[in-house]
Design a protein around this ligand. Sequence first.
Ligand code: CAA
Length: 384
Amino acid sequence: MNFELSEEHLMIRQAARDFAVNECLPGVIERDEQQKFPKEQIIKLAELGFMGMMVDPKYGGSGMDTISYVLAMEEISKIDASVSVCMSVNNSLVCWGLEAYGTEEQKQKYLTPAAQGQKDGQLYIGAFLLSEPEAGSDATSQRTTAEDKGDHYLLNGTKNWITNGSSASVYLVMAQTDVSKGSHGINTLIVEKNWPGVTVSVKENKLGIRGSDTHSILFTDVKVPKENRVGEDGFGFAFAMKTLAGGRIGIASQALGIASGAFEMAVKYSKERKAFGKEIRHHQVIQFKLADMATKIEAARLLCLKAAWEKDHAKDYTVSSSMAKVFSSETAMWTAIEAVQVHGGYGFVKEYHVERLMRDAKITQIYEGTSEVQRIVIGRAILK
Ligand code: CAA
């Protein structure tokens, strides 16, 4: 066993750290307040090769491993989780799903621009459309229908809380083709945002990750050619589950980054602020908080890296990714609340950033499977 990162991993982490500080930090408070999508940052992230990090270079990717992805996600999430959620969805849900299960034509047409983050000089990213008004955790209860019409599907329904909803050019949409087959009647279809019948609806006004654009998407008699189905007929739900197993490593790393960002701010502040005649770091109550933060963060990091290592070594990472996600997201929430507490009144105002990390942390316990869903996945695996 070797806990040391390679030279290449260290370089990737440093590149992500520099990017976060130089490109994401300026304007992060304003983007959060104004709910402004970080388009410039995503374009630059794509130029760095971070929008298709794990994709084979022959499809426009950077050919890096999942460990590199975890390292980059942590660094960027320390500063701006609205940037990192866009990066995570594009990398692990859209690009990975298309590379693992798409046809050669689908890879040429949709994966290559998504991995490059651009097409003809314009931003090109993807979104993953599983959740519905009445199918969140209960993802098999899809109401969106993809009626088989021979050479095409007719897509009708509504998808909710879609990350990259308006900024994406391409959607991976889960829909029910044969309700009598339950989860085995679901298909995943590749849908272009500008096709007739696709409507980008309400933008959500959110507690956190406010720079990320989250929308409802409506489909009204959208004709989707059969060649845009991913995998065999009825593979759509398994596709979603397999893809989400990798996605959960991305969100776990995002949560890890939010936690370590909040922790670093708390450490820094504890060395600056004086109370009762000494810097607050000399008060044991603060030391103990920082010690608990550091311990939980290290445990979260190891879980994220282990899940990534298993994925890179073609092992089954379903359970380890759920463990990483549930632990990292709960660590993020707890650490961010404690970091605000360390800052006292300053923690409650926007200039100190830590209140934003606290708001951003919450969603990591909800999206790509709530903490309760992760416990279902882990519990079933233990008890089977
Ligand atoms: N790989 C392959 N097949 C799988 C699978 C996997 N990882 N997991 C389940 N399946 C199969 C099962 O074997 C089963 O098939 P059989 O009937 O042949 O046995 C079928 O799929 C149905 O599985 P379950 O019976 O386990 O389904 P369930 O109804 O009990 O639900 C669940 C299981 C884990 C709760 C699942 O519904 C789930 O993960 N829900 C959460 C959904 C989620 O994560 N949504 C996130 C939305 S995307 C997002 O948030 C992105 C973003 O914007 C940031």
